[in-house]
Design a protein around this ligand. Structure first.
Ligand code: FAD
Length: 311
């Protein structure tokens, strides 16, 4: 058994484990894929103190940082079930896909999230070559260019407002007959001169020249007519899904979006169980935020363990 078991090995989980190991606690990390979303990321330009790095490189340096401590890193290990201790200070159990059960008095859940894909031809092919998911990360790469934002909920409309200040032109495409974002955001978006809004529109294909995106096809859902739009970038904003399906029905409080509800110490509603990063209700899904939240959850687990004797 561990004193602290971190489930998830992205930036949040790696930070949490370094913090608890440095407190002298026996720490394990169980991760389906160490590095998490970093493995799918090319350039990273917004990690303060690191003007430029790449996802796989940052994964390697997190791995070597974790490796400098006595941390038991279990990679390719997927958690499928949580059995929370009924006693404060008792052992929680995490059942793994291979049937093993890991036990720890404190858990830090950091299983991250995944962007919902459009699932249309060209999207996967041009990922990181014009198809993007994170406006904070990739917006500046499209300075002065033409882009589309797919999705008219709050995140799509926020992204469109953000990007309209950087890029040349934004086309916002919403599948429904009307935008679903808050009225105040819609008003702001409509006031911007370089934005076109298409409702009742279905994106059917992302087009490119083999190297980069150069357009997309949008179908008018009323008439069935298809229209080609020339552009250089497509930001997909149709939802970020937390990897918390395995936690449903366990007594752990989740938001209506499936995010783990945490307080400002990273604590969940179950004593001894902490959470950090993109799988939680903490806003702004970013590497630096996930790392900071991981550190907080690690220190939260420390506070818990020194106050609660083993039962
Ligand atoms: P994740 O990175 O999602 O890691 C989750 C971890 O949990 C992984 O190890 C995963 O394998 C594991 N896991 C999931 N389910 C289970 C399970 N059941 N059992 C065990 N392990 C599990 N942010 C920036 O700040 N700057 C950028 O430039 C940037 N670019 C991005 C580009 C792309 C293409 C993407 C997808 C994201 C980008 N982000 C960027 C966002 C950033 O990657 C995330 O905010 C960050 O990785 C979140 O860290 P995390 O540790 O919370 O989760």
């Amino acid at each position: 058994p561990f004193e602290v078991l971190v489930v998830g090995g992205g930036p949040a989980g790696a930070a949490a484990a370094v913090y608890t190991a440095r407190k002298g606690f026996s720490t394990g990390i169980a991760a389906e894929r160490f590095g998490g979303q970093l493995n799918d990321t090319l350039g990273i330009e917004n990690l303060p103190g690191t003007p430029y790095t790449e996802g796989p490189k940052l994964t390697d340096s997190l791995k070597s940082h974790v490796g400098q401590y006595d941390i038991d890193l279990m990679d390719l290990a997927r958690a499928v079930e949580l059995r929370a201790s009924k006693d404060v200070g008792g052992f929680h159990e995490v059942v793994m896909a291979n049937g093993a059960t890991l036990r720890a008095r404190s858990l830090i859940l950091s299983t991250g999230a995944r962007w919902r894909n459009l699932g249309v031809p060209g999207e996967a092919e041009y990922r990181n070559k014009g198809v993007a998911y994170c406006p904070h990360c990739d917006g500046p790469l499209f300075k002065g260019k033409r882009i589309a934002v797919i999705g008219g909920g709050n995140s799509g409309v926020e992204a469109a407002i953000d990007l309209a200040g950087i890029v040349g032109h934004v086309t916002l495409v919403e599948f429904d007959v009307k935008l679903r974002a808050d009225e105040v955001l819609q008003r702001k978006l409509r006031s911007m001169p370089n934005v076109e809004i298409i409702t009742n529109g279905q994106t059917t294909e992302v087009l490119g020249d083999g190297t980069r995106v150069n357009g997309m096809v949008v179908k008018d859902r009323a008439s069935g007519d298809e229209r080609r739009i020339d552009l250089e970038g497509v930001f997909v904003q149709i939802g970020l899904v937390p990897n918390t399906e395995w936690l449903q029905g366990t007594g752990l409080e989740l938001s209506k979006h499936g995010e783990i509800v945490t307080d400002d110490h990273g604590a969940t509603n179950i004593p001894g169980i902490y959470a950090a990063g993109d799988c939680t209700t903490v806003p702004h899904k970013q590497i630096v935020v996930a790392m900071g939240e991981g550190a907080k959850a690690g220190l939260g687990a420390f506070d818990f363990l020194i106050r609660n004797e083993p039962v």
